[in-house]
Design a protein around this ligand. Structure first.
Ligand code: GAL
Length: 478
């Protein structure tokens, strides 16, 4: 069982979060958690995609609080005032402090500064991957009525967390005026549309289920990147025998274990049954494959570095780059990190879908919203115009390690990994990330991250993590 002290600490943290969330208004929600056969169609059909709320969003809409929506007139006036910015400030809140993430953000700032020289950009970042720290700070600010103008959030059910708390201004008219509805795939439009209103501007698509490996280590030991979980354990055993840490895992940012676990779940359940885990139906978690996945995770951790709670995701990736570890499983922001280390794809680092998930693309999308009551509203809208533009996305994504949310990007600006990701997004079966808000609320993510980090520190406690995950299901619908 988990040590009582650990649970007391987490219980205290959870209570704190609950208090903060309660102050923001506890949302009750549903969401679109359908695995999608994808979208060569969806991508190329973007031009004709109807931005109107589809069935899935309609069900989301049914439970959204009416106060959360502004009138269409207000939304339209948001559009009207989007063009001119005379001066003042623009505060952008994110957790992009690391390697390629910060570089990508700065590339968009440069464009903004060229267009709006008189505006002072306040880059409000709170370090910590997946926003584990940033989101707590943001909630406190929102609860205290001191929002930044715009903040980073994930398309999908995470957006609903903010909409239901009445914290985001609808952007429908602005979005259409900018023509973004003509160039983004239906998948994304569905995820940002709630009760018929569009709430955020997606800037990218990331892939969660990626494995990064050291090609030299593999070559020297005559190994192939594992395609299945069984192959993973064969390769892991071979690397261990050579004194090389088979799998680098972080934990310092508080999301690395849940990130690994969602790939294990996808490999164990397949895309549709995996997707059904996030509908809020607790019976899905009674499936015996959940225990299989937890056991697989424990076995993987037995091949991982022991200092994981002291390493961030990028420090784990660094072990792979240096050949001290063979593999790591991380979203493709790891590619953004590798690029900042002057590493080249298929030379200094190799990549493959995480074992057992070939043909599936577990997606997430970073987007930006406009605070209701934004102190510098026009400057905020001007930022959203950059974030959604072709120029902005083609400056941001090649550095960030993500593919553009727009379908009209200049592919020649993207390296071979990203070009392969663009192709995979168009042809693979899509499944939403749970650790990064595509399928889950903020409250659920908190519980998911914490229960898996505790498990990562004590991978013998199958019952404890199973109980915590089962309990967390309630957070999927609030
Ligand atoms: C995700 C986010 C990515 C990247 C990652 C690690 O939640 O969507 O853009 O920032 O966390 O920090």
């Amino acid at each position: 069982m988990f040590h009582t002290r650990k649970w007391t600490l987490f219980a205290t943290l959870l209570t704190l979060v609950a208090v903060i969330l309660a102050a923001c208004g506890a949302p009750a929600d549903t969401g679109n958690t359908t695995a999608s056969a994808s979208p060569a169609a969806s991508a190329s059909a973007a031009a004709s995609a109807a931005p109107e709320s589809p069935a899935a969003s309609a069900s989301v809409a049914a439970s959204a609080s009416p106060e959360a929506s502004m009138s269409p007139e207000a939304s339209a006036s948001a559009a009207a005032s989007g063009a001119a910015t005379a001066g003042g400030k623009l505060e952008i809140f994110s957790w992009w402090t690391n390697g390629g993430e910060a570089d990508g953000l700065n590339a968009m700032f440069d464009i903004y500064k060229q267009q709006h020289a008189g505006v002072e950009i306040v880059n409000a970042t709170v370090a910590g991957g997946a926003g584990t720290n940033a989101k707590a700070v943001l909630q406190t600010r929102l609860a205290g009525g001191q929002p930044p103008d715009t903040w980073q959030l994930h398309a999908g059910r995470e957006t609903l967390s903010y909409v239901q708390a009445g914290q985001l201004e609808p952007l429908t008219a602005f979005f259409k005026e900018q023509g973004f509805d003509q160039v983004m795939p239906k998948l994304l439009l569905d995820q940002i549309t709630i009760e018929g209103e569009i709430y955020t501007v997606p800037v990218n698509v990331h892939r969660s289920n990626m494995m990064w490996y050291n090609p030299k280590v593999f070559q020297d030991n005559n190994l192939q990147p594992p395609k299945t979980l069984d192959e993973f354990f064969t390769v892991a055993e071979a690397l261990k025998a050579k004194g090389i840490t088979p799998l680098a895992v972080g934990g310092k940012d508080g999301f690395e274990a849940s990130h690994l676990f969602e790939s294990v779940l996808l490999a164990t359940f397949g895309p549709q049954d995996y997707t059904n885990l996030w509908t809020g139906d607790a019976t899905a978690w009674a499936d015996e494959r959940v225990v299989t996945a937890i056991d697989t995770m424990a076995r993987m951790l037995s091949y991982a570095n022991e200092d994981r709670s002291a390493r961030s995701w990028s420090e784990a990736a660094q072990l792979v780059l240096e050949g001290k570890a063979g593999m790591t499983i991380m979203g493709d922001w790891a590619e953004g990190y590798f690029l900042t280390q002057n590493a080249k794809p298929n030379v200094d680092f190799g990549y493959a879908p995480s074992p057992g998930t070939d043909g599936n693309f577990m997606w997430l999308s970073d987007s930006f919203g406009l605070a209701k009551g934004a102190p510098d509203r026009d400057n905020g809208l001007a930022w959203l115009a950059v974030a959604g533009s072709k120029e902005g996305q083609d400056a941001f994504n090649p550095k960030k390690g993500s593919i553009p949310a727009r379908t009209d990007a200049d592919k020649s600006l993207y390296d071979e990994y990203l070009q392969s990701s663009i192709a995979a997004f168009a042809s693979n079966t899509l499944a939403p990330s749970a650790a990064h808000g595509a399928a889950t609320t903020n409250a659920y993510q908190q519980a998911f991250h914490e229960s898996l980090e505790v498990f990562s520190s004590d991978p013998t406690d199958t019952e404890g993590v199973l109980a915590a995950l089962t309990e967390a299901v309630a957070d999927l619908t609030r």
